[in-house]
Design a protein around this ligand. Structure first.
Ligand code: URA
Length: 242
């Protein structure tokens, strides 16, 4: 682990939220190698430095990785002023975990949660372009020309969608079912690209993250990622050590 912002280290170690940890630093309650650091920014290395908060030594937390099958009505943020159910509320752990990216409140399916902030940053960075797969129920009849347009790339406000693979699962007059795999980069990308070709999404479910699948995980249930799955995620994003 390299030098990181002190408040980030403290919050990842379960001391408190990042904002509260900033306050603790500014109040002079945090020392690094015997020296009180009471200004921001302040940096430390959790693996090398002795960090003490209000008399208590902070140690690196073991890294933990969950896969949640998110139900509708649950949000992917750690703070919600409206008090809605958060994905982290569905996982009983004392570790400060974060969602890797976001699913919309009405989207169901797989989301990874972890306290490995570095991995969160990498997996959400467009550079790594990990493929996510979704099943979308859309209004209208999907035709070959829709598939062609989607595969070619759709212009959205921030740029063109790319690396898309589309498979028709069911074609009806009023509704169709389509599987879309995409190296996701943009916010609400799947709904927006389908809307652009005239197929508004009625419901959306994420079924795969790269090679990671649910293995029969029920809706609202979670499991730990296997060591092989964690290694796969690290390898996919590896150009530094994690
Ligand atoms: N794309 C969307 O439009 N919504 C999601 O929740 C995920 C991907």
């Amino acid at each position: 682990m390299a030098m990181e912002r002190l408040q980030k280290i403290l919050s990842a170690s379960g001391v408190a939220s990042r904002r509260k940890c900033e306050e603790l630093i500014l109040e002079g309650l945090v020392s690094v190698n015997g020296k009180v650091l009471d200004t921001i920014p302040a940096f430390a290395d959790i693996d090398k430095d002795t960090i003490i908060v209000a008399g208590k030594r902070i140690k690196p937390q073991p890294k933990i990785y969950f896969l949640l099958n998110k139900p509708q009505g649950v949000i992917c943020t750690n703070f919600d002023p409206q008090g809605r159910t958060k994905a982290i509320d569905l996982i009983p752990t004392r570790q400060r975990i974060l969602c890797v990216g976001r699913l919309d409140i009405d989207t169901t399916g797989l989301i990874i949660l972890t306290n490995n902030n570095e991995l969160v940053n990498r997996l959400t960075h467009p550079r790594y372009g990990l493929t996510r797969t979704y099943i979308a129920e859309v209004k209208g009849r999907i035709e070959g020309e829709h598939v062609e347009k989607l595969n070619k790339g759709i212009w959205l406000a921030e740029g063109k969608t790319s690396h898309t693979a589309v498979k028709i699962l069911k074609r009806g007059h009023k509704r169709s079912l389509v599987e879309i795999s995409i190296a996701e980069r943009l916010n609400r990308e799947v709904k927006r690209m389908l809307a652009r070709v005239g197929l508004p999404v009625q419901s959306l479910k994420r079924t795969r993250i790269g090679k990671i699948t649910d293995h029969g995980l029920g809706i609202g249930r979670f499991r730990l990622l296997t060591p092989a799955e964690v290694n796969y995620l690290k390898k996919t994003t590896a150009d530094k050590t994690l």
